[in-house]
Write a protein that binds this ligand. Structure first.
Ligand code: NAX
Ligand code: ADP
Ligand code: K
Length: 517
C-alpha cells in the first residue's frame, strides 16, 4: 500500500529529526543523485561518465537546495551537472558546494534579459532536467517570469525528474498549475505526498520513488490518501475455499438495462460474473433478459414488469447493483434504493450507478457498504440536489457526497478517487487505467465487478478500490497497455487474466511502497 501524507504531516515528521541534526537534505540529495546516475548510466559509479548533461532548475527554498546538492554529488562522480537559478535567491550552501564541484550557476533573469536565445540554448544542450523549483512549500501558480522556461521544456519534451514532487503542485491536494512540468520520475523524500496520488499530481508524477529518510516512526498512523498495490490485491482478494457454496461466495443482484439501454445489463452482469460472483441475478424486462442470457447463460433472470421489484421474491442476495442503463424514473431505481437505505429491508450493501444516482434524493441515507459510482457529470448533478458546491475538485467533491449520503463514493476519472463516509478515514486513489477506458459501457462493467466484491463481504471502500484496480488493469490489458482501442465487454473478459497475473505476482511492483509505510 502506498500511503500519502499532507505537507504539514511531512514537515511535522521531519521536525524531530532536524532538531537532533539529522542531515536530511544531504541524504535526500545522495538518493536523488543515485537515481539520476541510474537513469544516465545504469547506476554504478566507475562506469564511463556519460556525455549527457544534467540541468537543475533550482528555486529559492530547500527544494532548490536538494537539487543543488545533488548536482554537486553528480559532478564529483564525473557527470556534467549545472544549475539554472529560477528565483532571486537560492539555497546558499547548495550553491557553494555546486560551485566548489566545478558547476555553473546560471541565472534565469540574466539569461532572459540577454538578446537572442541564451535560455533556449542552455535548455537545448541539456539531456535531463531536475525540477527543483518548488517542493512541499509550492503553490500551484506559475509566476510570469517562469512561463517561457516551462513552455520551452514542455515543447521540447526534455526528460524531467521531479525533486520531491513536480513544482507548482499542491503537495496535499494534488492541485497543479497548467504549466507544471510532467515528470518521467518523481523522487520523493521521507514520505509520499498525498498530492502525488490524487488527480492533478498523479497525472504529473510519472514513476514514484520513495527515499527513506527515517520519518516512518514520526508519521501519523492514518494517512490522508492510500493506494492499493498488487500485494494488497493478493491480501484482500476473496479466494474460494473447499467449504464454499455459491451462496457463501456471494450472490449479486443487478437491476440494469432498459428498452433504451439494453446492453448495460449485459455489461454489468459480465463484470460481475467475470469477477467471480457465486451467482449473478439480473432484474430486467424480458427482452433485456433475453439479451443477457444469450451472452451470459450463467445469469439467473428475474423478469420485471412496469412496477418496482420486490426483493423478497428473488431469493438470497448479498449485494444489489442498481442503475446501469436505467432511466432515473425507472421503478427499479427507487425500489432498490429503498432496499439499500440504512432503514430499508436490505441488503445494505451494493452499488448505485448511472440512472440509480439520478433517482437519489436528500433524504436517502446509507452505510459505508453502499457505494455510489458517479462520473464527474453525475457527481455534479447529485451535488446540486444535495446543496453541495458542484465545482469542487474530485477529492473534496467525493468527500462531501460521502458525508452527505453516508455511502462510500467512488468518483470515476483517469484517477479513481474513493471517499469513505468517515471523514477521518483515508481517501483511496487508484491510477491503474488507460484513456481508452473512456468509452461507453465501461462504467457498467465496473459496477458489476464492484457488486461481486461487495457480495463477497468486503467493506465498501476496500471493495471499491479493488474493483478500480481490476477494472483499470483489465482496461490496460484489453488495450494492449494503452496502445489500441477497447470495447467495454473486452474489459470484463480480461478480468480473470489480469487477476491471475496479480495473484501469481508476476509483474508490477512499485518502489514507492518500499521503505517507509
Ligand atoms: N525540511 C527538511 O529538512 C527537508 C526538506 N527537504 C526539501 O525541502 C522542500 C521544502 O522546502 P521549503 O520549505 O524551503 O519550500 P520550497 O522549496 O518548496 O519553496 C520555497 C519558497 O517558494 C515560495 N513559493 C511557493 N509557491 C510559489 C510559487 N507558486 N511561485 C513562486 N514562489 C513560490 C515559497 O514562498 C517559499 O518561500 C521539500 O519539498 C524537500 O524538497 C528535503 O531536503 C528533505 C529534508
Ligand atoms: N481518461 C480516462 N483515463 C482512464 N480511465 C478513464 C478515463 N475516462 C474514464 N475512465 C474510466 O472509464 C470508466 C467510464 O465509466 P462511465 O463514465 O460510467 O461510462 P459508462 O456510463 O458509459 O459505462 C470509469 O471507470 C472511469 O474511471
Ligand atoms: K520540485
Amino acid at each position: 500500500m502506498i500511503r500519502g501524507f499532507s505537507a504539514d504531516q511531512v514537515r511535522a515528521a521531519e521536525a524531530p529529526l532536524l532538531d537532533v541534526g539529522e542531515p536530511l537534505m544531504l541524504r535526500a540529495a545522495h538518493s536523488l543523485a543515485g537515481h539520476v546516475r541510474e537513469q544516465l548510466c545504469g547506476g554504478a559509479i566507475g562506469n564511463a561518465p556519460p556525455t549527457q548533461r544534467v540541468l537543475v532548475l533550482a528555486g529559492s527554498g530547500a527544494n532548490g537546495g536538494d537539487g543543488l546538492h545533488a548536482a554537486a554529488i553528480l559532478r564529483r562522480d564525473g557527470i556534467t551537472a549545472d544549475a539554472l537559478l529560477t528565483a532571486e535567491t537560492c539555497h546558499a550552501e547548495g550553491a557553494d558546494v555546486l560551485r566548489e564541484a566545478g558547476g555553473t550557476l546560471h541565472c534565469l533573469a540574466e539569461l532572459t534579459a540577454r538578446p537572442g536565445h541564451a535560455l533556449e540554448g542552455l535548455l537545448g544542450s541539456s539531456d535531463l532536467v531536475l525540477d527543483a523549483i518548488l517542493g512541499i512549500g509550492g503553490r500551484p501558480e506559475v509566476p510570469g517570469h517562469l512561463r517561457r522556461l516551462l513552455e520551452h521544456l514542455r515543447r521540447a519534451g526534455t526528460p524531467v525528474i521531479a525533486v520531491d514532487l513536480p513544482s507548482f503542485l499542491d503537495a496535499s491536494t494534488g492541485e497543479a498549475a497548467q504549466l507544471a512540468l510532467p515528470a518521467r520520475t518523481t523522487v520523493t523524500f521521507g514520505a509520499v505526498k498525498a498530492g502525488l496520488l490524487l488527480p492533478g499530481g498523479s497525472d504529473l508524477a510519472g514513476d514514484l520513488h520513495l527515499v527513506d529518510l527515517g520519518l516512518g516512526p514520526h508519521l501519523p498512523s492514518r494517512a490522508l490518501v492510500e493506494r492499493l498495490e498488487d500485494e494488497d490485491v493478493r491480501r484482500l482478494w476473496p479466494r474460494a475455499g473447499r467449504d464454499d457454496s455459491k451462496y457463501t461466495r456471494g450472490v449479486v443482484a443487478i437491476a440494469a438495462g432498459s428498452t433504451r439501454y439494453p446492453g448495460a445489463a449485459v455489461l454489468a452482469c459480465s463484470g460481475a460474473a467475470r469477477a467471480g460472483a457465486g451467482m449473478v441475478r439480473c432484474l430486467a424486462p424480458a427482452p433485456v433478459l433475453d439479451l443477457v442470457l444469450r451472452a451470459r447463460p450463467e445469469v439467473l433472470g428475474h423478469p420485471v414488469e412496469d412496477g418496482g421489484v420486490d426483493l423478497a421474491d428473488i431469493g438470497r442476495t448479498q449485494a444489489l447493483v442498481v442503475g446501469p442503463g436505467l432511466p432515473g424514473d425507472d421503478a427499479r431505481a427507487r425500489s432498490c434504493i429503498d432496499a439499500l437505505r440504512e432503514d430499508g429491508q436490505g441488503p445494505h450493501r451494493g452499488v448505485i450507478d448511472a440512472g440509480g444516482l439520478d433517482a437519489l434524493d436528500a433524504s436517502d441515507a446509507f452505510g459505508a457498504d453502499v457505494v455510489l459510482t458517479p462520473h464527474r457529470g453525475e457527481a455534479q448533478r447529485l451535488a446540486r440536489r444535495l446543496d453541495i458546491d458542484p465545482e469542487l475538485a474530485a477529492a473534496p467533491l467525493a468527500r462531501a457526497l460521502a458525508e452527505a449520503t453516508g455511502a462510500t463514493v467512488l468518483m470515476k476519472g483517469a484517477v479513481t478517487v474513493i471517499a469513505p463516509p468517515d471523514p477521518e478515514a483515508p481517501l483511496l486513489a487508484q491510477d491503474d487505467a488507460t484513456g481508452y477506458l473512456a468509452t461507453a459501457g465501461t462504467g457498467d462493467v465496473l459496477a458489476g465487478i464492484l457488486g461481486t466484491l461487495l457480495a463477497a463481504g468486503l467493506p465498501g471502500p476496500r471493495a471499491a478500490a479493488l474493483a478500480a484496480v481490476l477494472h483499470g488493469r483489465a482496461g490496460r490489458a484489453a488495450s494492449h497497455d494503452g496502445l489500441v482501442p477497447l470495447v467495454a465487454l473486452d474489459v470484463a473478459e480480461r478480468v480473470p487474466e489480469v487477476l491471475a497475473t496479480i495473484l501469481t505476482g508476476t509483474e508490477h511492483h512499485s518502489e514507492a511502497s518500499e521503505g517507509e509505510r
